[in-house]
Structure formats: structure tokens, C-alpha cells
Design a protein around this ligand. Structure first.
Ligand SMILES: [Zn+2]
Length: 248
């Protein structure tokens, strides 16, 4: 995240949305103010900063492809599944066929007028009879930061007085190859191979690429929205220079 912008418009474009003539900061930009120590570890393990940026961009592109494909399936649009993400999508299909999933909104903009932020939620769906926000992640784990991000969508949706009670889930889908001789797994994230779960010495023999998924319901709304709004205060402090120009 860069703090340097050449003008108000580039700040606005990078950090929010214009909705009905009003500019709102974006949920993901606000959440981005929180330090992520794991990210420093990631950069520390690379030859230079540029390599890190390239891996992140490629990985984001792969994540977007998985999002778009899953969302097309939920919309019941005809879809050609790219070879590179077939294992992840088949993991999703496994989940989709074993659960009652009805998507109501996909990639929908939500706005909190009360707290003045906006965001785009992945999916609002009924899952096994419960209504909630389903957030799709293609990371290697479910991180707590996701709870903060999704609580903001719930807060915004709840401003509609007709909204029924809502829950939320993180749906994580990924693909990796497992060693046939030990518990290690090999992932290709952003063009970089990463081995995890390596214990002891093994001349790994990698099996085929396999998809996996997990779904976690998040039930800690009060703590999460409190943390999100604290992030928003900090974010506003950090960007005071631009916000004063926008809201004067
Ligand atoms: Zn092995």
C-alpha cells in the first residue's frame, strides 16, 4: 500500500468508490491499515521487493480466476473451467453438491451510510437454510483478519431494516500436491513453489494436484466490527491529508 498519490482523484480511485455522487472508502483499503507480520516474513524470504510484488500480483490473478469461476457457477452461467484451476473448482463442486446453496447476490456493492464506508461482498447466499455472507478465499489458511473484513459487510447490510438475521462464512478453497511418502504439501502460489509441513528428511514424490476446501462460520460480530471501526479511525488518521480535501 502506497501513501503517495499525485492528486485527489488517484487517492479516491485507489481507496474507495463513488456511489450516487458520494465517495466512500473501501472496506479492503480500511482493513489494509492493519499490520500483517506474516507479510514481512514473506518479503524477508525473497531476493528483493519486486519479486514479492510480482508473486503477489500473479497470486491475486489466480485468486480472481477462481472467484470468477465459482461465481459463474453460482449464477448458473455456462462456464469453461481453466485447466490451471480445475482441482480447486472440483473441490468447490464437491462442497456445492453436498450442501444446499442458493446465491441471492453476487459481487454486490454494500454501503454503510452510518459509518461511511463501502465494499463489495462476494456472495449473499442461503447455505443449508441460513442466510449469510459467503466470502471466498484462496489463501493457504483462514486468517482472523477475514472476520474483520466480513463484519463490515454485515454491518452495512444490517442498515436495511428489512434484512433478516445474517451470518457469515469464510469459504477457503485451494489446490496443492501431496507427497506420497510424507505429510508435506507443495503449492504453486503466484509462480513460486512452496513446500509446507516438511518434517524430517524426505526425497519428496509429489502426487497429482488436488483441490481442498474448508468452510468456517464466523460468530464473533461484536468484536469484529469493533476492530473494523478502530481500523477505520486509524485509516482516517493516516489519510487525513486527502480526506480533508475530499470532505471540506
Ligand atoms: Zn515427502
Amino acid at each position: 500500500m502506497s501513501n503517495w498519490y499525485k492528486d485527489i482523484q488517484s487517492f479516491k480511485n485507489a481507496n474507495g468508490y463513488e456511489i450516487d455522487g458520494i465517495w466512500y472508502p473501501r472496506v479492503t483499503s480500511i482493513v489494509g491499515i492493519k499490520a500483517k507480520p506474516a507479510l514481512y516474513m514473506f518479503y524477508a524470504g525473497l531476493p528483493d521487493y519486486k519479486t514479492g510484488e510480482a508473486i503477489k500480483a500473479k497470486s491475486a490473478e489466480e485468486g480472481t480466476l477462481i472467484h470468477e469461476t465459482i461465481e459463474a457457477i453460482l449464477r448458473k452461467d455456462p462456464v469453461v473451467i481453466p485447466e490451471s484451476i480445475k482441482p480447486a473448482i472440483s473441490a468447490f463442486m464437491d462442497f456445492y453438491s453436498k450442501n444446499e446453496v442458493v446465491a441471492h447476490k453476487i459481487e454486490e456493492r454494500v454501503v454503510s451510510k452510518k459509518h461511511h464506508f463501502a465494499g463489495t461482498m462476494d456472495v449473499l447466499a442461503d447455505v443449508n437454510g441460513k442466510l449469510g455472507v459467503l466470502d471466498i478465499k484462496t489463501s493457504i489458511a483462514i486468517y482472523r483478519d477475514y472476520s474483520m473484513q466480513t463484519s463490515a459487510y454485515i454491518e452495512a447490510l444490517r442498515e436495511n431494516p428489512n434484512m433478516p438475521p445474517l451470518t457469515r462464512w469464510i469459504f477457503r478453497v485451494d489446490q496443492s500436491r501431496k507427497c506420497i511418502k510424507c505429510p508435506a504439501t507443495l503449492r504453486d502460489k503466484g509462480g513460486r513453489e512452496k513446500i509446507r509441513n516438511e518434517k524430517g528428511k524426505c526425497e519428496h514424490e509429489w502426487g497429482p494436484m488436488e483441490g481442498e476446501y474448508e468452510i468456517k462460520e464466523i460468530t464473533t460480530f461484536d468484536e469484529d466490527i469493533k476492530a473494523f471501526l478502530a481500523c477505520k479511525d486509524l485509516w482516517s488518521w493516516e489519510n487525513e491529508y486527502w480526506l480533508k480535501k475530499i470532505y471540506r
